[in-house]
Design a binder for this molecule. Structure first.
Ligand SMILES: Cc1cc2nc3c(=O)[nH]c(=O)nc-3n(C[C@H](O)[C@H](O)[C@H](O)COP(=O)(O)O)c2cc1C
Length: 192
């Protein structure tokens, strides 16, 4: 989970896959992105490590109001519940019109608590959160097929956190399907 501050000091939380390339941590947001704007403007971010799948599902379903506390050495914020966090500064940008890559270096790292492992349901929630971030791009059959597959892991292994997160994502997919139906039917009505 990446936390950033906008130029006006507004905090933002978003899940990103972080790639390690040599000493660099690479954050690669597709445009447009609030995180991208903040990285460009401030050159700083915090990478938060968490085992709470609700954070991933929450951010993809409009639930970004997670408790934050100030970072230690940079002007920034971190998730209050992070198991560990890395305060990073941008050292180089690979410019790209679609997906620039921000190479960052960690300037401060703290471990706050033990990582107790994760269950299959947490992994399924994270996969479903990625699907939800791409609903407009993916073929509908793929979304339905993958959600049905991931549901098995949730049914078998979810605790309360994963169950809640899964519910948010299922609601999001259902709302998207309903929106699509409305859009299609209004287009059909207009054509008729
Ligand atoms: C596990 C996970 C990894 C993600 N990795 C990326 C990524 O590398 N690049 C990206 O643009 N979006 C990624 N996403 C989707 C973004 O979190 C989502 O689109 C988000 O809204 C980014 O835009 P924002 O900075 O405006 O919040 C990922 C989502 C999840 C759940």
């Amino acid at each position: 989970m990446v936390t950033t501050l906008g130029t006006d000091g507004t905090p933002h939380i978003a899940p990103f896959g972080i790639a390690r390339t040599g000493d660099d941590l690479v954050i690669a947001p597709f445009r447009p992105s609030v995180t991208l704007n903040a990285l460009e403007a401030t050159g700083r971010a915090v990478v938060n490590l968490t085992d709470d799948a609700r954070l991933f599902a929450g951010c993809l379903t409009g639930r970004r109001n997670w408790p934050l506390v100030p970072a230690t050495t940079i002007a920034g914020v971190r998730l209050a519940t992070s198991l560990a966090h890395w305060e990073v500064e941008v050292v180089r940008v690979e410019a790209d019109p679609v997906r620039p890559r921000f190479h960052c270096r960690s300037v401060h790292e703290v471990t706050h608590g033990p990582y107790a492992s994760h269950n299959r349901a947490a992994a399924a929630v994270i996969e479903a959160a990625i699907l939800c971030s791409r609903l407009y791009l993916l073929p509908w059959e793929k979304v339905e097929r993958e959600m049905a597959y991931l549901a098995t892991a949730v049914e078998k292994t979810a605790g309360m956190r994963e169950r809640e997160a899964w519910g948010w994502l299922c609601d999001r997919v259902a709302a998207f399907r309903a929106e699509g139906r409305t859009r299609t039917s209004s287009i059909a009505t207009a054509v008729r």
